[in-house]
Design a binder for this molecule. Structure first.
Ligand code: CA
Length: 540
């Protein structure tokens, strides 16, 4: 596995001649992992969007390898748990980010990262990397000891939002952040993406005086609700979405087809629809919806501009050419209501969701189901579900000369693959049964390095089953087959080669294939102590 930079790695890990090693720059690559929050599959230009300028991410995506069949978990916290541990969300302790009263304290549902897994930052740190993170953590807020801060999982520097969301202007009194290992109450009303960028730039500037390579995570919360306009971007997309979400859906799918990122047999003749038609909305509802999408677009465009600042800084410090950049979004876009009660007023802050106030710091809106459908098409459904629209996310890997440039892969890949990939590219052996003096579980992910560097190699085999559960939203992929279950519903069966949009449930037509898949899933679920929640959850 240690194909890269073995010599330097040996010097550092064996502690041989550390004085010499400190004087010689460590030539191993840097890593920048970018994780965005609740974006649509087609929001980026490189994934088909033509309505939001995203030139920085587009350039990296098009010059690197676009991973068009990459899967996160159905929602934020399990995805982050899998990203940072290279294994399943239950193994990591994040079996659910919902229904805590039902799950709390049970194995797999502890609500914060468990010592039975090793984390990517702690392995990188132990192998001589300088580690830093700025953005959303969301995998420690349930720890009663309050010790589940990024600094205790291997980050040398951190500035993070500890829970899943906050007012982007930081005005929610209850929100807790971490700053370099300490809980931090925010007093700075600067817009979230700018705060996260500024802190990462500070960490990078401080690192520039060091000789070891860096491992950095940038995980801004835009465009997760509440939809709030970045400063100076008011009116930026005014009128762009007046034709409605059905028209946007058609435009996005046409763009995605033109980019060549969609699988054969994707259902592009009609949109993924959970919402009603645009034309049936009243005029004032249409205005509110259009306004919400204008804000979403402004948040995404601003996010891309901020990423441009990070790239500029890496270029100025001459580190960009030796940096791997891996981008992924964390789950599908959020459907549901536009001005839903679940988001408005969750912290008893005063909320003004009048049309002319939407996007301001005291408004609290979501894009709603219609836009979420439009920007996840041609994949089925949206965030929270184990359909493709909830889990299949835009992703790419970039390196100035090591990656197979201007390439794409439609292989099934998962967020669990990122940890073994980074370790492989850094020449670090993955933990094998123990790490840091404790027993740890094996990684379930596999290194994508051969694919990224040579375009060769199948990462997950035909017989390999990749299963996941989050709060009763379950799925398993094996070869061309996928089974899907939503809470309190029957299993569905799809052939992902013939029907990647999951339109044709084959459960009734192919009972033996379904039974075979469910049997494998059930064995997997027993081993990992998945809790059967379908009958227990009383909520829709
Ligand atoms: Ca998310």
């Amino acid at each position: 596995m240690c194909r890269y930079f073995l010599f330097i790695s040996l010097l550092i890990t064996a502690g041989i001649s550390t004085a010499w090693a400190q004087q010689v720059p460590d030539s191993r690559p840097n890593f920048l992992i970018i994780v965005t929050d609740d974006m649509g599959y087609t929001d980026l230009g490189a994934f088909g969007g033509r309505d939001i300028p995203t030139p920085n991410l587009d350039r990296l995506a098009r010059d690197g390898m676009r991973l068009t069949n990459f899967h996160a978990a159905p929602s934020c916290a399990p995805t982050r748990a899998m990203l940072f541990t290279g294994t399943g969300n239950h193994e990591a302790g994040m079996g659910s980010q919902l229904y805590y009263a039902l799950f709390d304290g049970q194995y797999g549902y502890e609500g914060f990262l468990q010592p039975r897994v090793a984390t990517l930052p702690e392995v990188m740190q132990a192998n001589g990397y300088h580690t830093m993170m700025s953005g959303k953590w969301h995998i420690g807020d349930r720890d009663p000891t309050g010790r589940s801060l990024p600094a205790n999982y291997g980050f040398d520097r951190d500035y993070t939002l500890l829970r899943g969301s906050d007012n982007h202007y930081g005005t929610t009194a209850q929100a807790r952040y971490s700053l370099d290992g300490e809980v931090h109450r925010l007093t700075d009303p600067t817009y979230s993406t700018i705060r996260y960028t500024d802190k990462l730039l500070t960490f990078l500037d401080d690192h520039a005086r060091r000789r070891e390579p860096f491992f950095a995570v940038y995980a801004p919360t835009a465009p997760h609700w509440p939809l709030q306009t970045p400063p100076g971007r008011e009116g930026r997309f005014s009128g762009t979405y007046n034709a409605g979400f059905d028209a946007l859906c058609e435009a996005r799918m046409a763009g995605a087809l033109a980019e060549g990122i969609l699988p054969a047999n994707a259902a592009t003749e009609q949109c993924n629809k959970e919402s009603g038609p645009w034309q049936e909305l009243a005029s004032d509802e249409q205005q509110a919806y259009a306004r919400a999408m204008e804000i979403h677009a402004a948040m995404v465009a601003h996010l891309d501009e901020q990423i441009g600042l990070i790239l500029e800084r890496l270029e100025a410090s001459r580190q960009l050419d030796n940096t791997w950049i891996i981008y992924m979004n964390d789950n599908g876009p959020q459907g549901g209501g536009l001005l839903a009660a679940m988001v408005g007023g969750r912290d008893q802050d005063p909320v003004n969701n009048a049309l002319d106030n939407l996007g301001k710091p005291d408004s609290w809106a979501n894009i709603g189901q219609g836009w979420a459908d439009a920007i996840s098409s041609p994949f089925r459904n949206t965030k929270g579900t184990s359909f493709e629209g909830g889990m299949r996310v835009a992703a790419f890997a970039w390196h100035n000369n090591a990656v197979a440039a201007r390439s794409m892969s439609g292989q099934f890949l998962t967020v669990m693959d990122i940890m073994p990939t980074v370790l492989d590219l850094a020449g670090i052996e993955p933990p094998d049964g123990s790490f840091g003096g404790r027993d740890v579980m094996p990684l379930r992910g596999r290194s994508m390095a051969p694919l990224l560097t040579t375009r060769q190699g199948r990462i997950h085999g035909e017989e390999e089953a990749i299963a996941l559960d989050h709060s009763g939203n379950r799925m398993m992929v094996r070869g061309e087959w996928k089974i899907v279950q939503l809470p309190r519903q029957a299993w569905m069966l799809f052939n992902m080669v013939e029907d990647p949009s999951e339109r044709n449930d084959l459960a009734a037509a192919m009972p033996e294939q379904l039974e075979r898949m469910v049997s494998i899933f059930n064995g997997f679920a027993r081993e990992r102590h998945y809790i059967e929640v379908n009958a227990a959850i009383n909520q829709p």
